[in-house]
Design a protein around this ligand. Structure first.
Ligand SMILES: Cc1cc2nc3c(=O)[nH]c(=O)nc-3n(C[C@H](O)[C@H](O)[C@H](O)COP(=O)(O)OP(=O)(O)OC[C@H]3O[C@@H](n4cnc5c(N)ncnc54)[C@H](O)[C@@H]3O)c2cc1C
Length: 367
């Protein structure tokens, strides 16, 4: 007898949402594991998830579909209405309206984790180190020596997923190194900024006020000297009014970028599945990941419901994987569309053409 029918590795937006939804399904013993201390308030030390914490309308819509509403304590000042878009080599600058919510990411993840019902066994501050195949499922070995086993494993463990690396070795998504520094917010205008410069990155770089801090980040190709490139980035934005020195802290982590529609991330033998960024579900144009984490989790919940009776049998989990593979198709198609959008946004000539056209530009009042 296995300890659990399902072990979910990672309690970020994808893992916690799946656990919260699946908690209501009778006949399934579920465990949710995370390396972060998500069972207590964040005190400024310990493992964190590096993130901008902006929740886009697609993610808000997904929360609404799960009948979830955010407590205001998760919001961080200021709430932003526009993105200042800067093409550094040409000096072109435009403002575009945006409808994001500015969130405290660590508080948000703790709130999601707390919302998971008691029928799910939650493990916090537990880092999964190894997985191994057992006769009818997997053994999961954690850094603190905890050993658990399950029939079905869900990898919701983000960009550097141990579940993906171990069980889906054929998936090798393109990785960028994301560096984000935090500065004391002095008198800077409360701009949310997006910076474009092929010398720095062919992906995304951003600036963002967050409470008493200003976050500056860039997703830099993993092949270049990311640290040096980030220094160069800070030099290049100085003439545009971002004189950012003496960071309070620095985070660096991996971020994925799909080159095409991601693989479905299910094992046909019905033993494992990937969710959210672990499966490569993230926008290749804006690096928006919340909505994909929520939606892949919602789809797996639907698959668990549609797969029929006999919830702890092998046939049941094979059905789950078949459904998930099928239900993910529209999302994969959507990401393929985003890959096309990426071709416009990140081609300097096309981007400048759009920016020069003034299309959708919000003209600010002169002071
Ligand atoms: C710097 C940066 C800024 C970003 N800004 C935004 C933004 O503003 N808006 C947006 O929508 N998206 C943003 N993203 C993308 C977004 O953060 C992710 O796509 C999203 O969080 C994915 O959710 P997830 O649940 O799939 O994975 P994650 O949020 O990465 O959660 C994975 C969880 O698994 C845990 N974990 C990992 N490995 C293990 C292990 N071995 N054992 C146990 N637990 C483990 C981690 O602690 C984490 O809690 C940003 C990403 C980065 C890197």
């Amino acid at each position: 007898m296995k300890d659990f029918d399902i072990i979910i590795v990672g309690a970020g937006p994808a893992g916690s949402c799946l656990a919260r939804l699946a908690a209501g399904l009778p006949g399934l013993r579920i465990a949710l594991l995370d390396a972060r201390a998500l069972d207590s308030a964040y005190t400024g030390t310990g493992r964190i998830k590096s993130c901008g914490g902006l929740m886009a309308p697609a993610a808000q819509k997904a929360l609404a579909r799960m009948d979830m509403a955010l407590p205001s304590r998760l919001l961080v000042t200021p709430q932003l209405f526009a993105v200042r878009t800067l093409d550094l080599p040409s000096g072109l600058e435009r403002n575009y309206q945006r409808f994001y919510l500015n969130l405290d990411r660590e508080a948000f993840d703790r709130w999601l984790f707390a919302s998971v019902g008691d029928s799910v066994r939650k493990f916090s501050s537990v880092m999964v180190k190894k997985l191994h195949r057992e006769r009818d499922g997997y053994g999961v070995l954690c850094e603190d020596g905890t050993h658990l086993c399950c029939r079905f494993i869900v990898g919701a463990d983000g960009a550097n997923s141990v579940v993906r690396r171990k069980l889906f070795p054929q998936l090798r998504p393109t990785c960028y190194i994301s560096i984000q520094e935090r500065f004391a917010l002095e008198s800077r205008k409360p701009h949310f900024a997006a910076f474009f410069d092929p010398e720095i990155t062919d992906y995304y770089a951003w600036g963002l006020p967050k409470g008493q801090e200003y976050l500056l980040g860039a997703a830099i190709p993993a092949t270049t000297g990311a640290g040096k490139t980030f220094l160069r980035f800070k030099e290049k934005i100085r003439p545009f009014g971002y004189d950012l020195r003496d960071p309070l802290s620095r985070e660096s982590t991996l971020i994925l970028r799909p080159d095409g529609p991601p693989a479905s991330g299910v094992l046909p033998d019905g033993t494992a599945c990937l969710l959210g960024e672990a499966g490569g579900y993230i926008s290749p144009s804006s690096a928006e990941g919340f909505s994909y984490a929520f939606r892949t989790a919602m789809l797996l919940y639907r698959s668990l419901r549609l797969a029929g009776e006999g919830r702890s049998s092998d046939a049941y989990f094979k059905n789950v994987c078949r459904w998930q593979d099928h239900l993910l198709r529209p999302l994969r198609l959507e990401l393929w569309g985003k890959c096309l959008k990426r071709q416009v946004l990140y081609r300097p000539f096309l981007r400048r053409l759009v920016m020069r056209s003034g299309l959708r530009h919000l003209r600010c009042l002169e002071s």
